[in-house]
Design a protein around this ligand. Structure first.
Ligand code: GDP
Ligand code: MG
Length: 441
């Protein structure tokens, strides 16, 4: 995944402050591969990377994030923007019935979606009517009836008087029926072919013309990857659509189809379908799709948390002190509390790329232990926190009693503190500090 690949980049970028062109190029190259692996169409990848590079070069230096994290954040922001930013809601008519028409290739998941949509609309207090306009396949009508029954929704099917054999006529009559029987949303299921063909397009266009839908949803299988672009273009030109629904997101598709279709057509993605059951359905969330495409949701969460809780002034102070060996227990306590705000330590470390090698270390991180350390430090006077060596034996007993620990825990902390300070001085020399405030300055 991208996060695996980026971990080496992350290590090479050890706390440099400003994004150099070379840093941006290296990171962009990895992201480009990740996008191609996610099956995003090549022209879309190119345009996208160009945009990201431009933004990265003009980016302000962030104190909370290292350079690679900054690029990842920019990529993520841009992805979310391209995927539509906010989730767009379904357009319904002011005067019912609203008409929602489903279009797409055979097997895309239109009929399944019809059932999901009907169930979802019903749950929101609507009275949907499903309309069977796929008269192409022998079992299509029965399939919709089964789905309708499961969703507890009426299906309008061709039968004598309903326009047998002519999908356009069936669609037209279904709207009369909706008005007569007070259904407020009509969901029209249409036929699809395995490939794009003119007759199918014409039929769908005719149904659209006859029903004047409030939404035409182009239903596309996320698993078809790059083919989604040509299919979307054909439907855009042949029928036209107002929204996109991605299906089969429960498969191993990385979601590149979403980005491609959205970028090429400019039409928002409204819903995501992720399973064969009626409830496997949700509004489309651009942020979730962005992290799926990048394959690094966890790293993004970490970046978000780092930005939220990062206290620049405090970190700079600590960084400077680490470098000069002036770090005190006071700083130690502050840092611990800052890290604590970001969530359990094990989770936090687990989110870092390359944390696999840190598994053993993680197993030893004990939250309760940190609580104990905090209690001990809080029991010290400010002077003692500055220089714990001044704490004599009787003070150690009082601090231990006051914080509910053993004297040896206090001794342990003092000894460990000096060890840690020594280690941090060595580390500061090797890695620098977040945002590049070099530890030696
Ligand atoms: P249509 O030809 O466009 O009407 O497609 P269908 O609704 O008949 O779906 C084709 C096949 O895909 C069926 O076997 C569905 O059960 C399956 N399917 C539809 N949506 C999803 C989905 O979101 N996830 C999975 N795994 N299968 C789906
Ligand atoms: Mg169907």
């Amino acid at each position: 995944t991208l996060s695996d690949r980026l971990s080496s980049v992350l290590q090479n970028l050890r706390g440099k402050g400003r994004l150099s062109d070379a840093d941006i190029d290296t990171t962009a190259r990895e992201i480009r591969i990740a996008l191609l692996e996610a099956d995003v169409a090549l022209p879309v990848v190119r345009a996208f990377i160009a945009k990201v590079k431009e933004r990265a070069k003009g980016a302000e230096v962030s104190a909370a994030l290292n350079p690679a994290q900054q690029v990842v954040k920019i990529v993520n922001d841009e992805l979310i923007a391209i995927l539509g930013g906010e989730t767009r809601r379904l357009n319904l008519a002011k005067t019912p019935p609203s008409v929602i028409m489903l279009a797409g290739l055979q097997g895309a998941g239109k009929t399944t979606l019809a059932g999901k949509l009907a169930r979802w609309l019903k749950a929101q207090g609507h009275a949907p009517l499903l309309v069977a306009c796929d008269l192409q396949r022998p079992n299509a009508v029965t399939q919709l009836q089964v789905v309708g029954e499961r969703a507890g929704v009426t299906v309008f099917a061709p039968e004598p008087g309903n326009g047998v054999g002519d999908p356009v006529e069936v669609a037209r009559r279904s709207i009369d029926e909706a008005k007569r029987s007070h259904y407020d949303v009509v969901v029209v299921d249409t036929a699809g072919r395995l490939g794009v063909d003119e007759e199918m397009m014409r039929q769908a266009a005719d149904i659209r013309a006859a029903t004047n839908p409030d939404e035409v949803l182009f239903v596309v299988d996320a698993m078809i990857g790059q083919d989604a672009v040509t299919t979307a273009e054909a439907f855009r030109d042949g029928v036209g659509f107002t929204g996109v629904v991605l299906t089969k997101l429960d498969g191993d598709a990385r979601g590149g189809a979403a980005l491609s279709v959205r970028e090429v057509t400019g039409v928002p993605i409204l819903f995501a379908s992720n399973g064969e059951k009626l409830e496997d359905f949700d509004a489309f969330h651009p942020d979730r799709m962005a992290s799926r495409i990048l394959g690094m949701g966890d790293l993004l969460t970490l970046i978000e948390q780092a930005e939220q809780h990062f206290d620049q002034a405090q970190a700079e102070k600590a960084a400077a002190k680490i470098g000069t060996g002036e770090l005190t227990l006071e700083d130690f306590l502050e840092q611990m509390l800052a890290v604590r705000k970001m969530g359990p330590i094990a989770n936090l470390l687990g989110m870092l790329p390359g944390a696999g090698q840190m598994k053993d270390a993680l197993a030893q991180v004990d939250e309760k232990h940190i609580d104990r350390l905090q209690a001990i430090i809080r029991g010290m006077t400010p002077a003692e926190r500055q220089d714990p060596k001044i704490i004599n034996a009787s003070r150690r007993v009082r601090i231990a009693n006051g914080s509910g620990v053993q004297v040896r825990d206090v001794n342990d902390l003092v000894n460990r503190f000096y060890e840690a300070r020594k280690m941090m001085q060595q580390m500061a020399g090797r890695f620098g500090m977040p945002g590049g405030r070099s530890a030696t300055k």
